[in-house]
Design a protein around this ligand. Sequence first.
Ligand code: M6P
Ligand code: ZN
Length: 193
Amino acid sequence: MSMNQSKIFHPFKSQLELETGKIGSNANCWDRKLSEMTEIYDQENINNQLDISGNTIVYRVYEHELPYEKGHLIPVTTILYPGRVGNQFFMTKGHYHENRGTAEVYLILNGEGVLTMQTEDGQHQEIEFSTEDLLYIPPFWAHRMVNTSISDPLIFYGIYPADAGHDYQTIVETGFKKKVIYNPDTKRNFSII
Ligand code: M6P
Ligand code: ZN
């Protein structure tokens, strides 16, 4: 393929605050509120939650502003706050990549939790992690992050191909095979069921 000068994107640097996950420049920031993700929690838990209609922020995302085009990589940080809806921990909405053949990498900057993953042919895998762990999500695996800490935010950095796309609908329809629930009777405070 010939290189078209008008398509040459210029290199840049930016700062990532390791303690907060904040990306300093060239980044968009967006919040996911509980009221925007009620369908992914068990309905009895949602129904017992008092402040669903409020503005409870479940996570904040800083994402570099780059073209969503093949060839680019998107650097992104997520701050997933501690909290629960009934016995279900705060978690990301979770998605497959629209372009199923694309992977993703996460580096845990701070916190602990479980990465739940599954494929459309019925496989699933759950990986417990903590600070400094590096997680690899291969092509074809849907992925959701769960913060199992009672008190600390989970902060992670990720990189994914810019043409990956987010398919949330399939997860809304099927859910994830495994749930991570608060269980004070265990040493680590949670169970995967
Ligand atoms: C990570 C990446 C992003 C994703 C974000 C929130 O930062 O995987 O692509 O948008 O987590 O997760 P979700 O899109 O599932 O709400
Ligand atoms: Zn992804």
